[in-house]
Design a protein around this ligand. Structure first.
Ligand SMILES: [Zn+2]
Length: 142
């Protein structure tokens, strides 16, 4: 027997019918929250005119994705808020991790980074040093 997953992978896409602007949220959220989100979308009153298109993919074995149903604005906002409630805000550190180029610096004889195009010191190298220091377990003082 396998242990059931504690989270479900949820992809939510909300668009205006006119196509002006869309929002995609993709995250692993707790099973209960994912199922509640699915129930919320499925229970939404059908609004063929106006409203917003919602596409919801929830990783439930054997269940097909909910594709492009139309819901009223209030329901769309509730669905988005429910999803966002389970998505942690990115911290500066999270953003830095995503922005730093994993490729190594390549310095020329003047110390300029040819890989990233920065004057010395290359900010990618400095960012990696900072992040590595953060990843060190805190030293305990005896
Ligand atoms: Zn560099």
């Amino acid at each position: 027997m396998t242990t059931p997953p504690q989270t479900r992978h949820v992809t939510l896409c909300v668009t205006h019918p006119g196509g002006d602007g869309h929002l995609t949220l993709d995250h692993h959220i707790p099973v209960d929250a994912a199922d509640a989100l699915l129930a919320l979308v499925l229970a939404a009153p059908d609004t063929p005119d106006g409203g917003r298109h919602v596409t919801l993919h929830v990783s439930v074995p054997g269940r097909h994705p909910v594709d492009c149903i139309e819901v009223d604005d209030a329901t769309a906002d509730r669905v988005i808020a429910a999803m966002r409630a389970h998505m942690p805000e990115r911290t500066y550190v999270d953003l830095l991790r995503e922005l730093v180029d994993p490729d190594d610096c390549h310095f020329d004889h003047n110390g300029f980074c040819q890989a990233h195009g920065f004057s010395p010191p290359c900010p990618h190298a400095q960012a990696k040093t900072l992040l590595a220091a953060l990843d060190q377990p805190a030293k305990e003082t005896p």
